[in-house]
Design a protein. Structure first.
Length: 305
């Protein structure tokens, strides 16, 4: 095995910080390994205006996966929430590092309950928009894309009064003091995999698997397995807003899940329990519970939008 490998990363400041943290974890258990980072621009980075749900599920990973398949890189580091449940043939998710805070956060001029009616809150996520509308129907929701720096400038300039973002992104950037409020998961269920970082590699590359697999954080792996099974059973890449969060509670795994209509007029939410070593079953079971309540109709409606 060569003592040099190449890791692929998106070019954004946040992505490079995330990749560096994963690389540091790999180096810590492979002291003689040299890891080069190759920056790759994805279609999601090039298009910063189209709503994410319209761009497709692989918008931030496709070019990285193509580089893997061409053997230009040996591993790809992703924000797990960006990684579809259906991976290209020949690729596999081989490890996740310990999850950072999975919650959504508000960066604004005041806490959510204290914002004036009509305040403009930016988000490019339909999932966040729907949950925000439930909590504060009197606020204006403004489509917003771009990196966190760009969003902060929009608040400073007065273009928006605040924006919603993954808390993990702010923490990894070292900007915890800029967070106005951590939004409770009871009202703002996060995206599947939010807060976790993933390593993707080629299925046939056993040497890479042997190098990387020791960094895998088992509790996080079990939680994201349940969440991704839930998403997969509901249709994976459908445009319907879907959210899920699994947590380990003692010897049990708890999974909360949600699916909503595109317009947010209907929201189905439920929770289930299982064992951490049967995480996939827990995800499938909860998805089927929501399907029995009408989730299939919401999925079909979303396909037509």
């Amino acid at each position: 095995m060569s003592h040099r490998i190449t890791a692929g990363s998106r070019r954004s400041k946040l992505a490079l910080i995330q990749t560096a943290s994963v690389v540091d974890s790999i180096r810590a258990i492979n002291l003689n390994l040299e890891i080069n980072v190759r920056e790759i621009v994805t279609s999601g980075d090039r298009d910063r205006h189209t709503q994410l749900e319209r761009l497709g599920t692989a918008v931030f990973v496709k070019e990285l996966e193509e580089a893997l398949l061409r053997r230009e890189i040996d591993i790809a580091v992703h924000s797990l929430k960006d990684l579809p449940t259906d991976l290209p043939a020949g690729l596999a998710l081989i490890a996740v590092t310990a999850r950072q805070d999975p919650r959504d956060a508000l960066v604004a001029k005041a806490r959510l309950r204290q914002l004036d009616a009509g305040s403009r809150i930016g988000t490019g996520s339909l999932r966040r928009s729907i949950q925000l509308r439930i909590q504060r129907p009197d606020l204006q929701i403004c489509p917003i894309r771009g990196n966190v720096d760009t969003r902060l400038r929009k608040v400073t300039s007065g273009e928006v009064d605040g924006f919603m973002v993954a808390a993990a992104a702010m923490l990894r950037l070292g900007w915890e003091e800029k967070i106005t409020e951590y939004l409770p998961v009871e009202s703002f269920l996060p995206a599947v995999g939010q807060g976790a970082l993933a390593v993707e590699a080629r299925l046939d590359d056993k040497e890479i698997f042997d190098l990387i697999s020791p960094v895998n954080h088992l509790p996080t792996w079990q939680c994201i397995t349940a969440e991704r099974a839930f998403l997969q059973e509901l249709g994976g890449g459908c445009r319907a807003p879907i959210a899920a969060l699994a947590t380990i509670e003692g010897h049990d795994l708890r999974l909360d899940g949600m699916i909503a209509s595109i317009d947010g007029s209907e929201v189905l939410r439920g929770f289930g329990r299982g064992k951490p070593d049967s995480a996939e079953e827990a995800g499938i079971s909860l998805a089927r519970d929501l399907i029995s309540l009408g989730a299939s109709r919401l999925i079909e409606e979303a396909k037509g939008c």
